[in-house]
Design a protein around this ligand. Structure first.
Ligand code: AHR
Length: 333
């Protein structure tokens, strides 16, 4: 009797135990799946750490990445770092802990990534740099870089200015709105522009400061520039958003943007192109945010162990006011 009772009790316990073991076993398989062979549903899992939402370019880039992931059947774990490197490092560590298949990120700044990239490498998770580069000497810390040639964007801006001011007499005073301090686009665009204008000694940068790639930053710094410099002939802004912010400061100072002050920016997002078509900007060097589809393709390749080129540059162009008028109706972002 006692024995029978014990037996009767033991069966449900055994059944429950069995269920626990089965579920545990499946979960264990699921975990090892996410650790290299896709999520629970077999999809490749991509951890993506985005810089933030500082500009129209960034918004377009985020949309491109999200749409491309959905179209490619990739499970995207998206993190917004709000322009802070420590948030990106935290996000990458989370991705490593979650055993995603591939990590991609657009580094807020160039320096200080070696430790966390080594952690990803030790965990056997391939890393793709997108949009912005890092200055790590060890190139084995990431598989590839996908993005723009920022030095070229700065150089094209400077070359256009040389041509535009070729007949000017006397000094041409330039103020420069730099992007986020320490970021690859700020460093490289500054370098490319400075190298190009060095060919004409009358072109002089009289002030240069960061506006952090935001409209608010562009407006605030331009106000300071206008107060401190009685004669500003040219504004070179490292992105459209800072240029758009600066427009407000220039107008408030009683000057006519695009006429009293020649304005050069980078990106060619819709609002920037509109300002160019309206004659408020004078020239834009394009920087394409539509990196999503190529990024997904690369994620699949590095996950499959395929060799990919170490650097893949996006194709870009430049726009004058007339070209902006033509391009605007078909502009996607
Ligand atoms: O890294 C690309 C740059 O970042 C874009 O030019 C700028 O608009 C953005 O914030």
């Amino acid at each position: 009797m006692r024995g029978t009772k014990r037996f009767r009790l033991a069966r449900p316990i055994a059944a429950a135990l069995g269920a626990v073991l089965l579920v545990g076993g499946l979960a264990a398989c699921g975990n090892s799946d996410t650790g290299g062979d896709g999520g629970d549903d077999g999809k490749l899992v991509l951890g993506f750490s985005q810089v933030g939402a500082e500009s129209g370019w960034r918004t377009a880039n985020t949309t491109s990445v999200k749409e491309a992931a959905a179209a490619a059947g990739i499970e995207l774990k998206f993190d917004d770092a709000q322009q802070k490197q420590e948030n990106q490092i935290k996000a990458i560590r989370n991705f490593i802990q979650q055993k995603v298949d591939v990590i991609a990120f657009s580094p807020v700044v160039e320096s200080g990534w070696d430790t966390v990239l080594k952690e990803a490498r030790d965990a056997d998770i391939p890393v793709i740099l997108t949009d912005r580069a890092v200055d790590s000497a060890d190139k084995t810390l990431y598989k590839t870089f996908l993005g723009s040639d920022f030095v070229k964007e700065g150089r094209l801006s400077g070359e256009w200015l040389i041509e535009d001011k070729k007949d000017a007499t006397g000094d041409v005073n330039i103020v420069e709105l730099q992007g986020t301090t320490g970021s690859a686009p700020a460093n490289d665009r500054k370098k490319g522009f400075a190298e190009a204008i060095a060919a004409d000694p009358k072109l002089k940068i009289v002030a240069s400061q960061s506006g952090d790639f935001t409209r608010a930053g562009g407006k605030q710094v331009m106000e300071q520039f206008l107060k401190a410099n009685p004669k500003i002939d040219v504004l070179f802004a490292h992105n459209d958003d800072m240029g758009l912010g600066a427009l407000e400061a220039i107008t408030a100072a009683g000057k006519v943007p695009g006429k009293d002050i020649t304005i050069i920016t980078i990106d060619a997002v819709r609002d920037g192109m509109q300002a160019l078509a309206d004659g408020k900007f004078n020239f834009i060097a394009e920087c394409s945010p539509l990196l999503g589809p190529q990024l997904m393709d690369l994620a699949k390749k590095v996950h499959a162990g395929e060799t990919v080129p170490p650097r893949i540059e996006t194709e870009e162009t430049t726009f004058t006011q007339e070209q902006a008028k033509e391009a605007l109706p078909n502009r996607k972002y």
